[in-house]
Design a protein around this ligand. Structure first.
Ligand code: GUN
Length: 281
């Protein structure tokens, strides 16, 4: 029998807990917690994400400061904004929604965010600390995956884990988190040979490659834990993940659905990181 890990339910429980912690912090310190959210342009998916992030702030008691900039905004204007947010005491976290329009140099913009306010955990400092297993702000999606595994008491130590996809935002930090938790990790990508065989030997599979229904039943070991980070569209335009859920589920001990799996956890971990950056500084 397989169990579906309900990300929506866990995200709700965690948000209630974060809300309580924030209330305590605010009443003890007399301070607010602020998150700046910067959106450049009108990418529809980014607009939805930003709206959900602002709504989550309201839910947990974080003050959000939204900056909506025109798609043609100059590099210097965005840099000026990030510089001013960096030294603003009301702002504990700065989030620049990606992707940025092509005229902008995203790397240079992100590098202006001080690592103490880098609530996305994308900076070289935070990634480096994660690699060295030191306290840091951890990228939200992989951190959310770890919370999902913890919530079900799924043991990681000594297990073989396969991460499919090597993005800086998900795959690489995911592989580091699993390594820090003592899994033996294989990080697979588009050039990996024998991907199917590697997956078929894994106790834990995290699919984060961005290809609809890529993981099929023949790639999954009996009793494996399968975590789906994908947000794709199937042949009928319906939202689905990187895992062929219906085809794979019967072989799993645990599996996450799309939607309602990892997705809701990402924004919850953003709230948690914002709380951490307020209380640690
Ligand atoms: N675009 C897609 N996912 C993310 C994310 O986690 N953070 C930011 N800033 N942009 C994104």
């Amino acid at each position: 029998m397989f169990k579906i890990i309900d990300g929506k339910k866990l995200a709700h429980e965690m948000r209630m807990d974060i809300k309580k912690k924030i209330e305590e912090y605010k009443s003890e310190s007399g301070k607010e917690i602020g998150l700046a959210v910067v959106l450049v342009g009108e990418d529809p998916a980014s607009q939805v994400y930003v709206r959900n992030k602002i709504r989550a702030c309201e839910e947990v008691g974080i003050k959000s400061f939204a900056y909506y900039l025109d798609k043609d905004t100059a590099q210097s204007r965005v840099e000026e904004l990030i510089r001013s947010l960096s030294v603003d005491n009301k702002i504990n976290g700065i989030l620049v929604q990606l992707p940025l329009p092509s005229q902008l140099d995203a790397k240079r913009i992100l590098e202006l965010i001080p690592f103490s306010k880098d609530v996305d955990g994308f900076s070289a400092e935070n990634i480096g600390k994660l690699a060295m297993n030191e306290p840091c702000l951890v990228a939200c999606t992989p951190n959310g995956v770890m919370k999902m595994l913890e919530s079900e008491n799924i043991g990681i130590s000594g297990k073989s884990a396969v991460v499919i996809g090597r993005s800086n935002i998900v795959g690489k930090p995911m592989a580091m988190l699993l390594t820090n938790a003592n899994a033996t990790v294989t990080l697979c990508h588009s050039k990996t040979k024998n991907l199917k065989e590697i997956c078929a030997g894994a106790d834990i599979i995290v699919a984060a490659l961005g290809k609809a229904k890529f993981v099929t039943e023949d790639m999954v070991k009996e009793g494996a834990v399968v975590i789906d980070v994908g947000m794709d569209r199937d042949e009928n335009g319906k939202l689905c993940g990187d895992v062929d859920f219906e085809n794979v589920k019967a072989k799993c001990s645990y599996i996450t659905p799309v939607p309602g799996g990892v997705g809701p956890m990402t924004i919850t971990m953003l709230m948690y990181n914002t709380y951490l950056s307020a209380t640690r500084s």
